[in-house]
Structure formats: structure tokens, C-alpha cells
Design a protein around this ligand. Structure first.
Ligand code: NAD
Length: 500
């Protein structure tokens, strides 16, 4: 089929499909089939302006909509999303490639944030002090920012937008969401569903595009904040550019997450965790474990246990009962597999080689099986780069201190985990690891919705994390009001200073 005969994913602006006239599109693939199934519109300047204008026009009425009404709409959105999650999971799998159970898991984590956001009246309450001077009261209120921009990555096309827009909207803002161009459809589906729940037109707009759309949001004086999730170089660029344009910014970047296995750990538990966290979603998770740091003498036994588990994994089309799907694009698959050659050049050993794996799916899919590399050196790019695929490295160390030093020397600080039966060691680790999210015998410690998500170092730029209390803090600004009402018994105008 020629490109022009394929469906086009258009923008969703002011409550309706907005057919792009930019003449620019990007291909959208079904990764398990290895074929282009759609194109996605790439916005031009007029379309960027249309999305921002729609959000700007919707803001005053949405800001002033009662908390009770906003809450009803959020509850209805929650109900619709919960009852129609299978539909969304199908969309996710067809564009991202992750297996359906994983897609369902992504939606559940997003739903948790919607549920958290329904309690927003409690989280935007202000404070009140009576009689700070005689007859003078001071109180504060948290007010929305206005139009806010959300820019999301390919690997969680539903969950990452759901980290931000329910909270932004609950707090009274209006949103322009720019999803990844690799898997764009779920954003439109979510926006249409929210509208069905009663959200007024223009409160949530989806603008598709590439760097041009992103730059349009970063530089527009009408966009008050930017929430970004993606790779570190782009997160850094987004942070610098948007702050230079006077915006509030939270930009979450890449990761390289270590799992430290102490000699006293339950190695079956650790092996299960390494396989889940290393190969789940084909390793395309910012909280994936990509390095197992084995404190000797456990490495050989742990590797054997990981090997036997991997032997039972079925790689294939996510719509079938498989454990792991393909990578998102052919180019990404090729980039990830190039690290296997680098590993060999750098003297590491390929314990499991994921190339040429037999799959339960179409031969043209973007496949790479689980890969395990032993004796990885910390100077190798296999160790230093974020590979973002099903490639798990083993680094052998002599002690807890050596393992900790390695983790703390990483430029990233998103997530990490320790596996041990020693509570004292775990407690030291939670204190000493320079990482934003810590797991103790838990490999992927993504915080629940009422805590906040975010790392340290090059895994985040900005002070405020995603969702939880930080989310409401980010999407509101505090106003303090000082007021004096004359007591009716006063009987006249008082032009003097208040009396203490
Ligand atoms: P990416 O940085 O390539 O893209 C993210 C967004 O930025 C997309 O919307 C994309 O269109 C846009 N973009 C891409 N290039 C741009 C440019 N030159 N200028 C302006 N905008 C640009 O990331 P990705 O490949 O979609 O996602 C994977 C990355 O996201 C990984 O590095 C992963 O660790 C990271 N990630 C981090 C977290 C976290 O919470 N820290 C969560 C999920 C993903």
C-alpha cells in the first residue's frame, strides 16, 4: 500500500479532529508485523498556534468551573477508562509492540494517577491565618498556571501522558499534549474519551509533530509550563530552552538502572526480578534494569538461574500469548543489536545472544530476543550508554562498597534495587545510593500515584517530580491574600495603619 492510502493520525484540537495541512507526516509501524500501518501528521506553525489558541480560549471557563463539576468529570473519565481499557491496550500493542498484558499494566498505572487526581480539592486547599494584625486576615490559594504543555516519549504512550494531564486539568489548567510520533494514536483516544466524560472542548488538545511542534510549545509566550519525558539530551535541551522562555519546567530524562545482588540474597527471587525488569516490555522502560551488579561469589549461580528462566520466554506478537514483543522500530532494533558487537569488541562475553531468535510472529517484525552479557567493563559503551532494549549486562564486584561506588558514579540516577536478606545493608543502601527511586527486593520501584516519580542527576532537569503532591505543586501557583474588613461597629473609614 502506498503511503497516501494509509490512514493519517491527525491532531485533536478544540474537541475535534483537526486535519493537518502541513504536508509533512511520519510513518507509524506495527512493530510485530514490520509494516507501516499509518502516518502521523507533523504540525506546522499554524497548527501549533491553533492548538495553543484552543487551550487559551478554554482556560478562563475551565479555571472557574466549580470543583464539584470538575470532580464529576474526572470520576466519569476514570469509569470510562477502566471499562474500555482493552480497546486502548490493543492500540498500544499495535503501535508500540509491547504484549497485551504489559499494555494493560501500563493503563492500570495511568489509571492510578486519574484516581489520585480525583482527590484534587484536598490537594489545592490553601491556608488561612486570622488576625495577623487586628482585623487583618491572610490566606493563600493555589491557582492554575494557564495553558500547559506535555511532551511524551514512545515507550509509555498512555501512562506518561496520564502522569500529567489529569492532574493539570484537575488543577484548572488547559493542556496541549505532544505525544511521540512513533505511537501517536492512544493520545487521541484518551482525549476523545475525556471529552465523552464531559470535558469541555479545548481543555485537552493533542498536537502531533516533531522538533518543530516541540519548539513551538517551548517558545510560545502563551504556554506557561512544560512537562517533558524522554531521552537525556532532549530533556536537557527542553529544560534550557523552555526556562530561557520563562516557563516552569520539569524534564525527565534517560536512565541506566543497576540491581545490586548481595551474596546473602534469595537468588531465585533475584533471577526472577532480573528477567522481569531486564526483558519486560523488551527493555524499553526507563525503570528497566540494565545492569546486574553481582557481589561475588554469586555471579555464576545467578547467571545460570537467569539463563534457565530466559529459555522459557516466548518472544512474539504481543496479541498472542507471548512474554516479550518486538522493539518499536527497525532503526531502534538495529541500534540496540549493534551493542552486541560492541560488547564482543570490548572483551565481554555473550551468554545469551538475542539475534536470530525464533519468534511466534511475523518474520518481518522488529525482533531482538533477550540478551545477557557477562564481564562487562565499566568503560564499555555497553555499560555507559542507555541501550533501551532487552540487553542485560552483568558486572562482577568484590563488595557492597564496590557496587555502591559504581552506582553512584553513574551519570544517571533514576531507579536502582538491592537484593539482600540483610535489613541493615538494605537500610544503608537506601541512605547511600544517589538515586531517586530505590527498590529493596523490588526490581522496578515505580512509586504509587500518591508519591512522586522522578530520579536524580541526568535523569531529571528541574525541581519537581511527576504526579503525587509534586504534580499539584507543579501545576499550580500560590497566591497570598491579605484582607481587612472593617468591623460594622467601627462606623467610619479608618485610613490609619492596622493596630497590633
Ligand atoms: P526522545 O527523547 O527521542 O523523544 C521524546 C519526545 O521528544 C518525543 O515526543 C519526541 O517527538 C520529542 N523529540 C525528539 N527529538 C527531539 C528534538 N531534537 N527536539 C525536540 N523534541 C524532540 O525519547 P523516546 O525515544 O521517545 O523515549 C525513550 C527515552 O525516554 C529513554 O531515554 C527513556 O529512558 C526516557 N524515558 C524516561 C522516563 C523517566 O521517567 N525518566 C520515562 C519514560 C521514558
Amino acid at each position: 500500500m502506498s503511503d497516501s492510502a494509509l490512514p493519517v493520525v491527525n491532531h485533536f484540537i478544540n474537541g475535534t479532529e483537526y486535519v493537518s495541512a502541513s504536508g509533512r507526516t511520519a510513518p507509524v509501524y506495527d512493530p510485530a508485523l514490520g509494516v507501516q500501518t499509518k502516518s502521523v501528521a507533523l504540525a506546522n506553525a499554524a497548527e501549533i498556534e491553533a492548538a495553543i489558541d484552543a487551550a487559551k480560549a478554554a482556560f478562563p471557563a475551565w479555571r472557574d468551573t466549580s470543583l464539584a463539576r470538575k470532580q464529576q468529570i474526572l470520576f466519569r473519565f476514570r469509569e470510562l477508562l477502566s471499562s474500555r481499557r482493552d480497546e486502548l491496550a490493543e492500540i498500544l500493542t499495535s503501535e508500540h509492540g509491547k504484549v497485551l498484558s504489559d499494555a494493560a499494566g501500563e493503563i492500570t498505572r495511568g489509571l492510578e494517577v486519574v484516581e489520585f487526581a480525583t482527590g484534587f480539592p484536598h490537594l489545592i486547599k490553601g491556608e488561612y491565618s486570622e488576625n495577623v494584625s487586628t482585623g487583618v486576615d491572610v490566606y493563600s490559594t493555589r491557582q492554575p498556571l494557564g495553558v500547559v504543555g506535555v511532551i511524551s516519549p514512545f515507550n509509555f504512550p498512555a501512562m506518561v501522558p496520564l502522569w500529567f494531564f489529569p492532574i493539570a486539568i484537575a488543577a484548572g489548567n488547559t493542556v496541549v499534549l505532544k505525544p511521540s510520533e512513533k505511537d501517536p494514536s492512544s493520545a487521541n483516544w484518551l482525549a476523545a474519551l475525556f471529552q465523552e466524560a464531559g470535558l469541555p472542548d479545548g481543555v485537552l488538545n493533542v498536537l502531533h509533530g516533531d522538533k518543530e511542534a516541540v519548539d513551538g510549545l517551548l517558545t510560545s509566550p502563551d504556554v506557561k509550563s512544560i512537562s517533558f519525558v524522554g531521552s537525556t539530551p532532549i530533556a536537557h535541551y527542553v529544560y534550557e530552552t523552555a526556562t530561557q522562555h520563562g516557563k516552569r519546567v520539569q524534564a525527565l530524562g534517560g536512565a541506566k538502572n543497576h540491581m545490586l545482588v548481595l551474596p546473602d540474597a534469595d537468588l531465585d527471587l533475584a533471577a526472577d526480578a532480573a528477567v522481569n525488569a531486564g526483558f519486560g516490555s523488551a527493555g524499553e522502560r526507563c525503570m528497566a534494569i540494565s545492569v546486574v551488579v553481582a557481589v561475588e561469589p554469586v555471579a555464576d549461580e545467578l547467571i545460570a538461574k537467569i539463563q534457565s528462566r530466559v529459555a522459557g520466554l516466548v518472544v512474539g506478537d504481543g496479541r498472542r500469548a507471548c512474554d516479550m514483543g518486538p522493539l518499536v522500530t527497525e532503526a531502534h532494533r538495529d541500534k540496540v543489536s549493534s551493542y552486541l558487537d560492541i560488547a564482543l569488541e570490548d572483551g565481554a562475553s555473550l551468554v545469551i545472544d538475542g539475534r536470530g531468535i525464533e519468534v511466534d510472529g511475523d518474520a518481518n517484525g522488529f525482533w531482538l530476543g533477550p540478551t545477557l552479557i557477562d564481564n562487562v567493563t565499566t568503560s564499555s559503551r555497553v555499560y555507559t550508554d542507555e541501550i533501551f532494549g532487552p540487553v542485560l549486562s552483568i558486572v562482577r564486584v568484590a563488595s557492597y562498597d564496590d557496587g555502591l561506588a559504581l552506582i553512584n558514579a553513574s551519570r544517571y540516577g533514576n531507579g536502582t534495587a538491592i537484593f539482600t536478606n540483610d535489613g541493615g545493608a538494605a537500610r544503608r543502601f537506601q541512605n547511600e545510593a544517589e538515586v531517586g527511586m530505590i527498590g529493596i527486593n523490588v526490581p522496578i520501584p515505580v512509586p504509587v500515584a500518591y508519591y512522586s516519580f522522578g530520579g536524580f542527576k541526568d535523569s531529571i532537569f528541574g525541581d519537581t517530580k511527576a504526579y503525587g503532591a509534586d504534580g499539584f505543586h507543579f501545576f499550580t501557583r500560590q497566591k497570598a491574600i491579605t484582607s481587612r474588613w472593617l468591623d460594622p461597629s467601627h462606623g467610619g473609614i479608618n485610613l490609619g495603619f492596622p493596630q497590633n
